[in-house]
Design a binder for this molecule. Structure first.
Ligand code: ATP
Ligand code: MG
Length: 416
């Protein structure tokens, strides 16, 4: 019986993994250049960590289960809540702000389709301890620089949930949460129906429907302020910084984000070439720490949809140069030489199938080896190895030091 992998999961072959790692490396490099440091949290958490304030959407989508001790657990559907839990448990006395990044798999029971999987990866950051527009500016710029460096064709939209929340201030929390979720889903019909159902006053409904249509340059902020009476000073200052950094964006007051914990600036990025699942980044400022037993600390962060980015990113990893060390009845010598080469940062492969020289060389071709080094009796006696350039077919006889120099100067290698 052949066992298939579970629906919505994927296997990654070496070519794909190399591409993924190269893209991941860019994300890490840029996050680290901003002073963010990596953290890791468990793959599963107590279910309540996610049910406290993550919104109904995420609860329905969760891989929740009871362990053998009867505890309610869930595979993490995202990492913001786990990171804030970690902060409350481990780091609340550390000097603020804290700058963390993560790269991890997440699990959601969703209908699998292009760009939507049941196991997928997120690369994200959380900047903990500030509610300043400067914190928003830093996090947004960081996300922007990553997408720019990866040469993605993307559009960044920035909004502020404070305006919607201000309009909804007299609406019951649960009903308001549904309003936010319908706006997040861009379900205007559903929104109108819900506003009627909850008997929202006419002027409130009109204000909400006008506000979510507001999008464009930063001048729409003034219209938004007039419409809602909300002070947009924070947004203006944020736009000043972003403009001075050359970060391009669209102001979009229809961004609500699916999760209930966002409180201020929110942003999303959309990319070409993904069809319906075109959102590659989501983030904003939020307050969660007090819900997990900590002090009320403001934070801001984002998560990049790694798999969707991999799908559209054109970045190709540098090809690794492979050297095959072939032998004629001298397996130990081949092992020793390969070991030495590896210690000098060269990727060396030896025969483990006890094959003939001819078949070892043919395998060197199969794995696209750049060179084959051959060890036979003659080579041992003369102290010179035969190096074959697999592309040209030419051979050279070299002593170890010269061999090392020759290979090193001809291969792309990174000594780490
Ligand atoms: P969507 O509306 O596409 O479901 P979301 O609002 O649920 O996204 P977030 O919780 O903000 O997404 O997660 C951040 C990013 O993770 C998204 O922008 C998206 O690129 C990616 N993502 C979310 N769910 C999936 C999934 N099931 N498969 C692959 N990527 C995903
Ligand atoms: Mg979703």
């Amino acid at each position: 019986m052949k066992i298939e992998r579970p629906r919505g999961t994927r296997d990654f072959l070496p070519d794909e993994m190399e591409r993924r790692r190269a893209i991941e490396a860019v994300m890490r490099r840029i996050a680290e250049s901003y002073g963010y440091r990596e953290i890791a949290t468990p793959t599963f958490e107590h279910l309540e960590l996610f049910t406290i304030k993550s919104g109904e959407g995420i609860i329905e989508e969760m891989y929740a289960f009871k362990d053998k001790g009867g505890r309610d657990l869930a595979l993490r559907p995202e990492l913001t809540a786990p990171v804030v839990r970690l902060f409350v448990n481990e780091c609340s006395v550390m000097p603020k702000p804290l700058r963390f990044y993560y790269f991890a798999n997440c699990f959601r029971y969703e209908r699998p389709q292009k760009g939507r999987y049941r196991e997928f990866w997120q690369f994200g950051v959380e900047l903990i301890g500030s509610s300043s527009y400067l914190a928003d500016a830093e996090v947004i710029t960081l996300a922007y620089r990553i997408m720019e460096e990866l040469k993605l064709d993307f559009e960044l939209h920035i909004g502020h949930v404070g305006l919607l929340r201000h309009l909804l201030r007299d609406v019951e929390e649960e009903k308001a949460a549904i309003v936010m979720r319908l706006i997040d889903k861009k379900d205007v019909e559903g929104l109108i129906k819900h506003l009627e159902e909850i008997k929202a006053p006419q002027d409130l409904s009109e204000a909400i429907l006008s506000l979510i249509e507001l999008s464009g340059g930063r001048d729409v902020l003034k219209d938004a302020s007039e419409l809602t009476g909300f002070d947009i000073g924070h947004m203006e200052k944020l736009c000043d910084v972003l403009d001075s950094m050359g970060v391009e964006y669209t102001i979009d007051l229809g961004i609500a984000r699916g999760l209930d914990y966002y409180t201020g600036v929110v942003f999303e990025a959309y990319a070409e070439g993904l069809g319906a699942q075109n959102q590659i980044c989501g983030g904003g400022s939020y307050r969660l720490a007090h819900l997990f037993g900590g002090e009320d600390v403001p934070s801001t962060g984002f998560a990049l949809g790694f798999d969707r980015i991999v799908e559209i990113c054109k970045l190709t990893p540098e090809e690794k140069t492979v050297v095959v060390v072939a032998n004629v009845g001298l397996e130990n010598e081949a092992f020793k030489l390969a070991d030495l080469l590896r210690r000098h940062g060269i990727c060396a492969i030896t025969d483990v199938m006890e094959r003939s020289l001819k078949r070892q060389l043919s395998f060197a071709n199969d794995v696209n080896a750049r060179f084959a080094v051959i060890i036979g009796k003659k080579e041992i006696e003369s102290g010179r190895y035969t190096v074959k350039d697999m592309a040209s077919g030419e051979s050279l006889q070299l002593e170890f030091d010269s061999l090392l120099e020759y290979l090193s100067s001809n291969i792309k290698y990174k000594k780490s």
